[in-house]
Ligand binder design. Sequence first.
Ligand code: SF4
Length: 179
Amino acid sequence: MLANELWLLVAACGVCAGVVWAAARFVRRRAADADEWMPRELRDHTLAYAERTFKSGGERELVARVDRAYRGRSSQVTLVELKTRRTDRVHLSDIIELSAQRVALEGETGESVARIGWVVVEVEGRRTAHRVTLMRSQAVWNLVSRRDALLAGTESPSYPAASGVCRTCVYRRRCRSAR
Ligand code: SF4
């Protein structure tokens, strides 16, 4: 009887060890997959902020939500924007978003944010990191002024040169100028 119980105990331990080993392997593989996209330039960085909203402060406050921000050895912060798309492409709007995040994060924390950022595009589960140069802060504020003027009706919008932009625009149904 004692021998049977002992065998059961040994078998149970064996199953447990197998489950733990498989779980550890799964977690390791998931971690490796998650970092596969990480560019070489960021490998020695540590995650500083994730999915956090920043406010620039000042008279005209700019608010922006950061996907990820990594801190390098020099303490400078680098921004990363994650996008899920059907094609592996970077859009101008990605650069504008990252540039606005830079202004907001610098304004709130006083930290230095790099002019180089990364847009990570995920297509069918595969992620690719694209290096982009962000706009200068003044250019971001110029865009803010332009937006304010458009909303106030003191300036007129210019329409996209290519009709392809309109085809995928979320405002297409409401837009009288859609091509
Ligand atoms: S549909 Fe209208 S709002 Fe959208 S891109 Fe075209 S012109 Fe601009």
